[in-house]
Ligand binder design. Structure first.
Ligand SMILES: NC(=O)c1ccc[n+]([C@@H]2O[C@H](COP(=O)([O-])OP(=O)(O)OC[C@H]3O[C@@H](n4cnc5c(N)ncnc54)[C@H](O)[C@@H]3O)[C@@H](O)[C@H]2O)c1
Length: 305
């Protein structure tokens, strides 16, 4: 049974994941090797607490102290294979025999991460979305050797924390949601770069159109609602006209070459006078949307069954 959870890496994802578990009553340790980040990590954790919450996360800059008692490790260290492998190598000597090791990787195959690790059959992917303590989706993936009991335990843990876990049947780069998001971005960049519409109009089409439905219905549900005869025509007519580019979009390459990286540099596709405020506003709006969705579900008997 999972009681003690160690999160590795106090970055964008690790802090949110630690907050999530602590907020649901688990004993959480957060390992961050960079001592200098510990005070700001503590502040970030406190700033995430709402008035009715009290979460305790123990911070450690020594791996051993953070992981010795852990029933579950959630690795959220930088997306570099050497760093992840180095951490796993050190974990192997420190963790209990039954500890489950979950990686939050966005791009590495689980098979690649697990290769050569003595705890390979206890490794899973648990891919959260930023902000991890707010967005309900977690993509879960095991190897053929992963025990069904461990998979079940991870899925149940996520449900107990109010998450909506989705289990993949195959190890594939980008899992589900990032593949869908990348497919949309490819087409958005195609429309922009071919002068069909500007960024505000493309963003509005998603925010005020597609996105409104997506909070409630997925693509297959929407296809059923529209009628599969119609969708047969839509896909048949439009698929040959869509972008099939396999390279990074020109607009992203140009902006990154100019060091316009988005809110982190104050300028990307848009300019940001208050980058921190922009990120905080999104997080707050997402929190409201998640609460509203839960409320709407409760108000509709057919959806709450
Ligand atoms: N940022 C996202 O939106 C997002 C979403 C889903 C998944 N992910 C994945 O989550 C993981 C973490 O991403 P992030 O955006 O939080 O990264 P980040 O760079 O914000 O944070 C990584 C943290 O790990 C620390 N670190 C460095 N070396 C370490 C080590 N050896 N042991 C422990 N900690 C170490 C760093 O000091 C930093 O605080 C990556 O695998 C990434 O692909 C990121």
């Amino acid at each position: 049974m999972i009681q003690n959870i160690a999160v590795l890496g106090a970055g964008t994802m690790g802090i949110g994941i630690a907050h999530l578990f602590a907020n649901h009553g688990f004993a959480v340790s957060l390992y961050e090797p960079n001592d200098a980040l510990l005070p700001s990590t503590r502040e970030k954790l406190l700033s995430m607490e709402r008035a009715d919450e009290h979460c305790t996360v123990l911070l450690f800059s020594e791996l051993e102290k953070a992981v010795t008692d852990a029933d579950l490790i959630v690795e959220a260290v930088p997306e570099q294979l050497t760093i992840k492998r180095d951490v796993y190598g050190r974990l192997a000597r420190l963790i209990k025999e039954q500890t489950i090791v979950a990686s939050n990787t966005s791009t590495f195959a689980l098979e690649t991460l697990a290769e050569g690790q003595p705890f390979a059959n206890r490794m899973v992917i648990a891919h959260f979305f930023n902000p991890a303590h707010v967005i309900p989706l977690v993509e879960i993936l095991g190897l053929p050797a992963t025990s069904p009991a461990d998979m079940e335990e991870i899925v149940e843990l996520m449900r107990a924390c109010g998450k909506s876990p989705v289990i993949l049947k195959k190890d594939i780069p980008g899992f589900i949601a990032n593949r869908l998001q990348a497919a949309l971005m490819r087409e958005a960049c195609y429309l922009l770069e071919n002068g069909v519409a500007d960024i505000e109009q493309i963003d509005t089409a998603v925010k005020e159109g597609l996105g409104m439905r997506w909070a409630f219905k997925g693509p297959f549900e929407i296809a059923d609602l529209g009628g599969l005869d119609i969708w047969s025509k839509v896909t048949g007519h439009l698929f040959p006209k869509l972008s099939v580019s396999t390279v990074e979009p020109e607009s992203i390459l140009t902006k990154t070459a100019e060091d316009h990286l988005g809110i982190k540099s104050g300028k990307g596709y848009y300019s940001y006078e208050d980058p921190v405020g922009t990120a905080e506003e999104l997080q707050s709006n997402l929190q409201k949307l998640v609460s509203l969705k839960a409320k709407i579900r409760m108000d509709l008997p057919s959806d709450s069954e």
